[in-house]
Design a protein around this ligand. Structure first.
Ligand SMILES: Cc1cc2nc3c(=O)[nH]c(=O)nc-3n(C[C@H](O)[C@H](O)[C@H](O)COP(=O)(O)O)c2cc1C
Length: 342
């Protein structure tokens, strides 16, 4: 191999501060998606060289115990990949019951990600366990609190994201928030790393995030549509047939699911028939939810995604297949490397 070609290959690897500090091969984290990022998906991402975060979600101890243990077992002969395993939780739910977090911390995860609430009450126990703290924010004004909590990494989540995020009044877009937070961190906390979340599904998104000043990306929807994800097959199939116009943010599915989310959060999913029927009168749905809930529950039971929800973000328009997580990560990194090399 001549020297020029060798130099070119070295330049093509995407080593960032994030991949270095977390011993990753790629600057990519799996989002800790409640009920979807189970042990198999987290382990597959860790094996593929990304950060594998189990979706501890609402803090159900039995679910978290089962899925985190599964990931540990799948990685038991692979210390390097096991060192890339962590877990995430919905912070306001921890305020009600933190037993799942307390248990996970005994398993020595490399990282804990907290989203949607004040992370400071959990900072000491996370730090004492040796795990790094990752905090997901939706607005610039939340960054100072995350730094105060000792976050090693801030995740800037734009409104394009699948699942919960800030509503239309409070939410930001990934494209403007990432460079703004990058500048803020450079000025106020230069050792804190930054990941972009919301709208990244391929190498173009990864390369763009790095150009905007992020140290890596956090991927939800694209890794949700993989063979290892625990999402229902019918939901994944619906996602492959839906373009990027086909999702919406609202409170509709939270009301139907009896989830009592605080302001300013709402939820992005595919805007299916039941959502369209209800979205025009959310106040009435809140007051009289029984009939709509019965229809939703029947849809979930039947696997009918014209009524049940498929949780995916605007990147659904870039999701046309359901490959393995390793394939998604390989495609994404190869495309980004090619783009960045040019
Ligand atoms: C199915 C699904 C479930 C999610 N659940 C959680 C969760 O439990 N906790 C959390 O912090 N974020 C959750 N998110 C949001 C992700 O952390 C992340 O911000 C988002 O997926 C990034 O946008 P993308 O979907 O365009 O990749 C979820 C996202 C999806 C798609």
């Amino acid at each position: 191999m001549n020297n020029g070609r060798f130099k070119r290959i070295v330049r093509l690897t995407m080593i960032t501060k994030f991949s270095n500090q977390f011993h990753l091969i790629h600057p990519i984290a799996l989002a800790p998606m409640a009920l979807s990022s189970g042990g198999a998906l987290a382990a597959a991402c860790a094996k593929a060289g990304a950060l594998g975060l189990v979706g501890g979600g609402y803090g159900d101890l039995a679910w978290t115990h089962r899925e985190y243990t599964l990931a540990t077992q799948l990685l038991k002969n692979d210390a390097a990949s096991h060192a890339r395993l962590g877990c995430g939780f919905i912070t306001w739910k921890l305020d009600e019951n933190a037993e799942a977090l307390d248990w996970v911390l005994t398993q020595k995860p490399c990282a804990i990600m907290l989203s949607f609430g004040d992370p400071r009450p959990y900072a000491t126990s996370v730090a004492e366990s040796g795990a790094k703290l990752i905090c997901q924010v939706q607005r610039l004004e939340q960054v100072a609190q995350a730094i105060e909590a000792g976050a090693s990494v801030i995740v800037a989540q734009g409104g394009e994201a699948g699942g919960h995020g800030a509503n239309a009044l409070e939410g930001r877009s990934t494209f403007t928030m990432v460079p703004e937070i990058a500048d803020y961190l450079a000025a106020h906390s230069p050792n804190t790393l930054l990941l972009a979340a919301g709208g990244v599904a391929d190498g173009r998104g990864l390369a763009a995030a790095l150009m905007l000043g992020a140290d890596g990306v956090l991927i939800g929807s694209r890794l949700w549509a993989t063979t290892e994800s625990l999402a229902a097959q019918g939901a994944k199939t619906q996602a492959t047939q839906t373009n990027g116009d086909g999702t919406a943010r609202s409170q509709v599915f939270d009301i139907l699911r009896r989830k009592n989310w605080p302001a300013p959060y709402d939820f992005r999913a595919i805007r299916n028939d039941l959502h369209r029927a209800l979205e025009g009168n959310v106040a009435e749905l809140k007051d009289n939810p029984d009939e709509a809930r019965a229809s939703y529950d029947a849809g979930v039971k039947a696997g009918d995604f014209s009524r049940a929800h498929a949780t995916v973000g605007e990147v659904v328009g870039l999701i046309t297949d359901v490959p393995s997580a390793a394939d998604v990560i390989a495609r994404m990194t190869q495309q980004a490397q090619g783009l960045l090399a040019n």
